[in-house]
Design a protein around this ligand. Structure first.
Ligand code: NOJ
Ligand code: CA
Length: 702
């Protein structure tokens, strides 16, 4: 009877809206409202300048073999708070980041189960982050999530920049379409290749960029993905509601939790100016402060490498084609005949070290230095590398000493072949080997199906592995650039030794058939929201058949566009990916890559429209020099910029590297002009760029 009475009172109070609670962003533009619906299900909605961004959307969980946490809640209490602080990142797009938000914390109780769940909202000027928190409590210990019920109800049939939901890869070109068109445009040839379990004809990945007809830019992603699985989004395209779609493990289970625990933050950014999305540091701000005490060993790196020649098929990772001589799992190369195309050999690597030293690069990456590539490629999908045994033509110490004598650092490569347990077993040995041989950075990779079999690249188990590799690397003072790993969610604030990730379609695809010419105008709005990408720009020879006659790919970009990427694709790790011989043909354009900084005091977002164009100016850390990059994804366009970001009263020399009038990303990509002009903070520039083109400017104090 008493119970019933409570419910009656509760329903009455709900009708009066007594459960509704609001917070606004510090600038007052965004309003978030939390409420419990008549079933006691938590809901939230978000407006920006009085326009609906997220309509009433449900929050909660389906548990495996247990009572769900989705309805029957009451509010035990709530707290509000405000926070305003400035922190200094170890590397970044600026030297200081402001973390300014208003917070609302709801303490909820599910009466029937007596279980407690808190929901914490943080409102920034650029949007909201919220997460679920499960406090320590008597009635909730271990639990397995079958489904997260978080919804993001859209207010219309927006335009989206999306890639298909996939538990294992993000290496896709983006499709720009209305939400209602996703189902029809979902590339069946891609989804047919996916395991059946990960197929959804309306499933897309985050970070998802959206634009409304009213001109709002909305971005949905997550922050601080720790000990949880990746959230994709599945669209209910009748109602235009996105539902959280968590990556399962090999058993089909979603995250395994033990209270006390928190989920990652779910983030919704919004603005009527696309530049605000690029300038937002909300994702970093929602992560914990730096855990590494002494960060002096973490340094941004500009590097060259033995890489593009292998990706294009011009040379090989493997030492021999004589597969018979290299038996499965046996690494005796003494009988094997060299294939003559093995790139990681002493002579060739020394040439590259010379090139790096001559042009002032910090590092040289060498892939294919260690035994096993024949077995992995030729025989066994289950091959396990040991990360310490070099091929006979690569002398680790000789190369290390040579590099040192030239003032260049070698960068290690760990292709794990996705044998993840094997990598974990070898990790201490592999990192120790690096320390002993003077390596401070590693590019790791997770190509192919995960071993143990059935695990997904984006499951909780794998997320924990990537995190383990980063934290263990920090113990050894090693910087990590992980390819095919989970897309970043701002973790680099806490572990700034994570200096790069791939986790999207990088330049390698330009040698696998090509990417869309506007790809690089989307990535900063999507993949880069969570952290830097090792995009490996700087290709000057767009005709890949010139490197490998059997590869007819074309790099869909102009040289000026390639230069601009060093500014527009922010990363503390930047590669000059092309071959020295191609740079030697265009040394005047190469000068920009030599000059451009990899660490910044300040970034100014001059122009931005997802899928179309991005123009950014950045001030090189500790100097008065600026670098500007513009990438243009669609039809030729005139960019109008003002140099008012420069210090007043100072004089500068600007060198403008731009598409020539007749440049064309397909037929004439190497047509560029270089012009020097004097500029001050009063100068303005009208600059043309072609589709797949752009411009880059270095601005040096006179
Ligand atoms: C895929 C990576 O993205 C690429 O950069 C690397 O060269 C190969 N895997 C080999 O590990
Ligand atoms: Ca890759």
């Amino acid at each position: 009877m008493k119970h019933r009475f409570n419910i009656l009172i509760f329903t009455f109070l709900t009708f009066l809206g007594i459960n509704a609670q609001q917070i606004t962003s510090p600038d007052g533009n965004s309003v978030l409202e939390f409420d419990l619906n008549t079933k006691g299900t938590p809901t939230y909605k978000l407006t920006y300048k009085n326009k609906a961004v997220i309509k009433a959307s449900k929050l909660g969980f389906i548990f495996k073999d247990d009572e769900n946490l989705e309805s029957g809640f009451t509010i035990l209490g709530s707290q509000t708070d405000s926070f305003d602080d400035i922190w200094k990142p170890v590397w970044g797009e600026e030297s200081e980041i402001r973390n300014h938000y208003n917070e609302l914390l709801l303490h909820l109780k599910q009466e029937a189960s007596q279980r407690l769940m808190d929901i914490r909202f943080r409102m920034y000027d650029e949007g909201v982050g919220f997460r679920y928190e499960f406090p320590e409590q008597p009635h909730l210990g271990h639990f397995v999530i079958e489904d997260e019920q978080t919804q993001f109800a859209m207010a219309g049939d927006h335009t989206a920049f999306w890639i298909p939901g996939d538990y294992d890869t993000q290496e896709y070109d983006y499709t720009e379409s209305r939400l209602s068109e996703i189902r029809g445009l979902m590339d069946k040839s891609i989804t047919e290749n996916l395991s059946q379990k990960s197929f959804s004809s309306t499933g897309v990945q985050t970070s998802l960029m959206l634009k409304t007809d009213a001109g709002l830019y909305i971005n949905i992603h997550e922050a601080a993905l720790i000990d949880y699985s990746v959230m994709h989004l599945e669209l209910d395209d009748k109602h235009m509601v996105f539902n959280a779609w968590l990556t399962p493990d090999s058993q089909g289970n979603r995250p395994y939790m033990v209270a006390p625990a928190n989920t990652p933050w779910r983030t919704v950014m919004v603005s009527d100016d696309a530049r605000d999305i690029l300038a937002s540091r909300m994702t970093y701000n929602l992560n914990a402060p730096c855990e590494i005490e002494d960060t002096s060993w973490i340094k941004p790196v500009k590097y060259v490498g033995v890489w593009w020649e292998m990706i294009t098929g011009m040379s090989s990772w493997a030492y021999t084609n004589d597969f018979k001589a290299v038996k499965l799992g046996v690494t005796d190369y003494s009988q094997a005949k060299p294939n003559g195309t093995h790139a990681a050999n002493n002579k060739h690597v020394k040439e590259l070290i010379d090139f790096a030293a001559l042009h002032g690069f910090d590092g040289v990456l060498v892939e294919g230095w260690n035994v096993g590539w024949e077995d992995w490629f030729g025989h066994s999908k289950d091959y396990v590398f040991d990360f310490v045994t070099p091929y006979p033509d690569f002398d680790v110490d000789e190369i290390q000493n040579y590099a040192k004598s030239k003032g260049v650092e070698m960068i290690m490569h760990h292709e794990t072949s996705s044998s993840v347990r094997n990598y974990e077993r070898h990790l201490d040995g592999a990192y120790k080997f690096m320390k002993d041989h003077g390596y401070h950075a590693v590019k790791s990779g997770y190509v192919g199906d995960i071993l143990p079999r059935g695990e997904n690249h984006y499951s909780q188990w794998m997320v924990n592995h990537y995190q383990y590799a980063i934290e263990k690397a920090a113990e050894y003072e090693i910087m990590v650039n992980a390819h095919e790993a989970v897309r970043p969610t701002g973790i680099a604030r806490t572990y700034p030794n994570l200096i790069g990730n791939e986790s999207a379609r990088g330049t390698e695809y330009q040698a696998f058939g090509g990417s869309k010419p506007n790809h690089v105008t989307v990535l900063p709005f999507t993949r880069l929201i969570g952290g830097p990408m090792d995009y490996t720009p700087g290709i000057f020879e767009m005709d890949v058949s010139k490197l490998n006659p059997n590869n007819n790919s074309h790099v869909n970009s102009t040289i000026a566009n390639q230069l601009a990427l060093y500014v527009t694709m922010y990363s503390p790790l930047q590669m000059a990916a092309d071959l020295p011989e191609n740079y030697n043909r265009f040394l005047d354009a190469f000068q920009f890559i030599k000059d451009v900084a990899v660490d910044w005091d300040k970034s100014v977002y001059l122009e931005a429209e997802p899928g179309s164009y991005i123009t950014i100016a950045r001030k090189a850390k500790g100097t008065n020099n600026w670098f500007v990059g513009n990438v243009n994804g669609k039809a030729g366009r005139i960019s109008n910029i003002s140099f008012d970001f420069l210090e007043k009263g100072k004089k500068y020399i600007a060198t403008i590297y731009a598409d020539a009038k007749d440049a064309d990303y397909k037929t004439n990509p190497q047509a560029y002009t270089i012009k020097k002009i004097k500029v001050t903070s009063k100068s303005k520039l009208k600059q043309n760029s072609v589709e797949g083109g752009g411009y880059a400017i270095s601005i040096m104090e006179e």
